[in-house]
Design a protein around this ligand. Structure first.
Ligand SMILES: [Zn+2]
Length: 305
């Protein structure tokens, strides 16, 4: 728990970490504190997002009709660099799992997110990274490196470790951003923190999130027969469902609760038939080849067996 950095301290921390910082006009007084009646802080960590689109810096500043801006503290363009967007409470995290928030605060391993009832906007700094988040949209190495520096700068300023860094997908069920592996990202932040400010450590770009085939198979065999909404493997199921939604095999309303239910099994069977399988080989239980093809086609994940 810490008092939020002032605008001046935030700028100093980011620049000391080696970042070039651009300032959106008005960012220093742009926040949701007065409108929501809730002030920002104490802060406990930083949250990483992808925007789900392109050219969305102004959208992050102004917000949408259903969600007023600012939508983050900083926006990181694919090639446009790092831009300061808000200072104070911003609408980036929405509701989050209280157990995950507590783990971020205590710098403990994150539990699986299975509810979203706690206010994440008053305690987390948010970075929106410009990326479609699907279809294999790549993160240029320079952009990814700047995201690592942004997180490390704030952690360093507060005396936090990399364990105070989380992805949106780790704290709110149904979210899949950012579309890179967060353990890889935290490892890069840890390296940067150890190297010191403006330290030059090469950052290996993060891999895609990984889906464990054996855990997913177990979920596909267990969840349909269990109590409605039973969850065996939340992260892997969410990624698989997101991919099935993207390819049109599953309605969006059935995705995101982490349960590999009978509708998901039926959707997966359609994908298997699309690949040319039939009979018992198209029974909706994921296999290595069909799952790998699903991850490759959508760019959402890789498979570990
Ligand atoms: Zn997000």
């Amino acid at each position: 728990m810490a008092t939020p950095l002032s605008a001046a301290k935030m700028l100093a921390a980011l620049k000391a970490e080696g970042l070039t910082v651009h300032e959106h006009a008005g960012w220093k007084t742009h926040n949701r504190d007065a409108a929501s009646g809730r002030s920002f802080g104490p802060v406990i960590g930083v949250l990483i997002h992808h925007t789900g689109g392109h050219d969305d810096k102004e959208l992050c500043y102004k917000g949408r009709s259903d969600l007023p801006g600012p939508l983050c503290h900083a926006w990181l363009g694919k090639t446009a660099g790092l831009w300061m967007i808000g200072n104070g409470r911003t609408n980036h995290a929405g509701y989050a799992d209280i157990d995950v928030l507590n783990a971020i605060r205590d710098e403990k391993p994150l539990p699986h997110d299975d509810e979203a009832k706690a206010d994440g906007n008053d305690c987390l700094y948010g970075l929106e990274i410009e990326n479609r988040g699907k279809g294999g949209d790549p993160y240029p190495a320079a952009q990814y490196r700047q995201a690592v520096l942004w997180a490390a700068a704030i952690c360093r300023a507060h005396g936090w470790s990399e364990k105070s860094v989380a992805g949106h997908k780790e704290c709110q069920p149904g979210k899949i951003d950012p579309s890179f592996d967060m353990d890889d990202f935290r490892a890069a932040v840890k390296k940067q923190l150890a190297a010191g400010p403006a330290g030059t450590v090469p950052t290996k770009p993060a891999g895609k999130p990984r889906v464990d085939l054996s855990r997913l198979v177990k979920a596909a065999k267990t969840d349909p027969g269990a109590k409605q909404g039973h969850v065996s493997y939340l992260a892997g199921t969410n990624l698989t469902e997101a991919a099935l939604v993207e390819l049109g095999y599953l309605a969006k309303s059935y995705a995101g609760d982490g349960s590999f239910g009978s509708t998901t099994v039926a959707a997966y069977a359609k994908w298997q038939r699309h690949l040319g399988y039939s009979g018992a080989e198209a029974n909706g239980i994921p296999g290595k080849i069909s799952l790998s093809r699903l991850g490759e086609r959508t760019g959402l994940f890789t498979v570990v067996a």
